[in-house]
Design a protein around this ligand. Structure first.
Ligand code: V47
Length: 483
């Protein structure tokens, strides 16, 4: 069972002196150890924890807080797996099972474009019988329908779990060379119009938890492989962590450490160098062995590892997007970093944001569990912001956190609350049912308008910035938009 002890003492004005040394490291932009993370999780002094996360968040983003205009499109809820935490999946023929056809997809794209969306986020179950061509059609239909309407709608689609499933369907998956199959699938999808990968399917990178709650799903090494190949191909990706079920806080910390190691590798590939405060342009100095190991195999905790730690939280360090812009501006003849990348996409290939997802027990096989408390949600977000020093963004996904909670999170490490969403089938909260929201299995229409998102951000004391999927500022002119 999870150790989710709620601190019994009120600590406002009673700071925990054990956090002093950790605070010094954070101010200096140094990487925290797993034990530092444990101390942050276990302290009763949640105020200092949130303050430290807010310090880092402000160093990276100042007063800015991001949202986007997006739409979720779950193409099918039919799934070969039966993960215990999941209330979304249905078996083929079961009541409530659905698979969308391209006419439906086109309609969704038209509605999305009409409403000014810049992103379509599309994921689904592992359908046992859809052919590979369904998925390239899906991506192509989204891109082409939007293009015909004059929109550059970004297609963010398929978790790492789906990508591996597609490699198997296409008969390209070889366990002895799994990256080859993954690369084949991602290249096909990218050619069809895929722009980035969402962060789902990671759950918690721990084999015990995996075997108990989502056996049959890919393990951490394969999930990280998919993101490694996506980065290699120049696609940006996100990462999630699903917490508050049967994992321990330590498992969350290990998960975060594995992610930041994977990000070290991605940033090294982009040309970041460990020693420079403002990173130098050293793309030619990336050591091959760093890239080929992926940095996560043979996980050894804080000691060891294959790529040098690269933190973005030291004063003056450029965030990846600024770094790339700077690099491209100052080095017109940027060398081709990797043979698999096309010149058009050499600018990207890293993790953008960490998205902590609180477990919703209702309707799942783990319904007996209470789910995380509000304080645990704050803690996990704040710890994630502090541990993941090389992730530019931390997202409080409002639809799962609720808007009031997302506001607190903006003051505790988050810089992004996601978007207008419209339809969300994976967890069903009735936001009209009160401050916290209540579970409602029939509600999948969960839309907010941009005024509501902007107001929530302003009320939390920040400046709302509309971003696109790649965190570029969106500029609107009537019905059209550009970045
Ligand atoms: O992978 C499923 C989670 C994820 C439950 O990349 C549950 O921008 C809580 O990944 N309780 C899908 N969580 C959602 C996701 C996501 C969402 C928003 C933005 C982005 C992004 C990614 O939802 C799954 C799983 O971890 N999930 N069931 C549940 N009962």
């Amino acid at each position: 069972m999870t150790a989710l002890a709620t601190p019994s003492t009120h600590t406002l004005g009673n700071p925990d002196p054990r956090l002093d040394a950790i605070a010094q490291k954070i101010h200096a932009g140094q990487r925290l150890t797993l034990d530092d993370g444990q101390a942050l999780f276990d302290t009763p002094d949640i105020y200092t924890l949130c303050e430290l996360a807010d310090f880092v968040r402000r160093r990276l983003h100042g007063e800015n807080a991001y949202y986007n205009i997006n739409r979720h499109l779950n193409y099918s809820n039919v799934c070969a797996l039966s993960c215990k935490f999941c209330e979304f999946f249905r078996k083929e023929g079961q009541s409530g099972a659905y698979t969308r056809d391209m006419a439906y997809v086109k309609q969704q794209v038209q509605d999305a474009v009409e409403n000014g969306a810049t992103e379509m986020h599309s994921v689904g179950g592992l359908h046992p019988r859809l052919p590979f061509s369904y998925y390239t059609d899906l991506v192509g239909t989204i891109r082409d329908t939007a293009r015909a309407l004059g929109s550059g709608l970004h297609v963010k689609a398929f978790t790492a779990v789906e990508i591996v499933h597609l490699a198997k369907i296409a008969k390209k998956y070889d366990v002895n060379d799994r990256r080859a199959g993954i690369r084949w699938v991602l290249t096909e999808l990218k050619n069809a119009g895929l722009g980035s990968l969402p962060g789902g399917g990671a759950e918690v990178f721990d084999d015990r938890v995996h075997d108990e709650a989502y056996k049959g799903k890919i393990r951490s090494d394969v999930w990280l492989d998919v993101h490694y190949v996506a980065h290699e191909l120049g696609l940006n990706t996100n990462a999630t962590i699903l917490y508050g079920h049967i994992e321990q806080r330590r498992d969350r910390l290990v998960h975060m450490d594995m992610l930041r190691r994977a990000q070290d590798v991605a940033l090294a590939r982009l040309g970041y160098a460990e020693s420079a405060t403002v990173p130098e342009l050293q793309s030619d100095k990336v050591v091959d062995s760093q890239l080929s190991t992926g940095g996560h195999l043979g996980y050894t905790g804080d000691e060891g590892g294959t790529a040098p730690p690269i933190t973005l939280t030291r004063p003056g360090t450029l965030k990846p997007l600024d770094f790339i812009t700077h690099r491209n501006a100052t080095n017109a003849a940027t060398p081709q970093l990797n043979a698999h990348r096309s010149p058009l996409t050499t600018t990207h290939g890293y993790f953008q944001t960490i998205i902590p997802l609180p477990f919703f027990p209702d309707g799942s096989d783990l319904e007996r569990l209470p789910g995380p408390s509000g304080l645990e949600n704050l803690r996990t977000l704040a710890v994630a912001r502090l541990m993941l020093d090389n992730f530019p963004h931390a997202k409080a996904f409002w639809i799962m956190q609720t808007l009031p909670m997302a506001q607190l999170m903006l003051q505790s490490g988050a810089d992004d609350i996601d978007g207008t969403i419209v339809w969300y089938d994976i967890t069903k909260l009735n936001h009209a049912a009160g401050q916290g929201g209540a579970h409602d299995n029939t509600r999948t229409h969960q839309e907010v308008d941009t005024r509501t998102l902007e107001r929530a951000i302003r009320q939390a004391g920040f400046t709302p910035i509309e971003r696109d999927t790649l965190y570029r500022r969106v500029i609107r002119d009537g019905k059209s938009w550009r970045v």
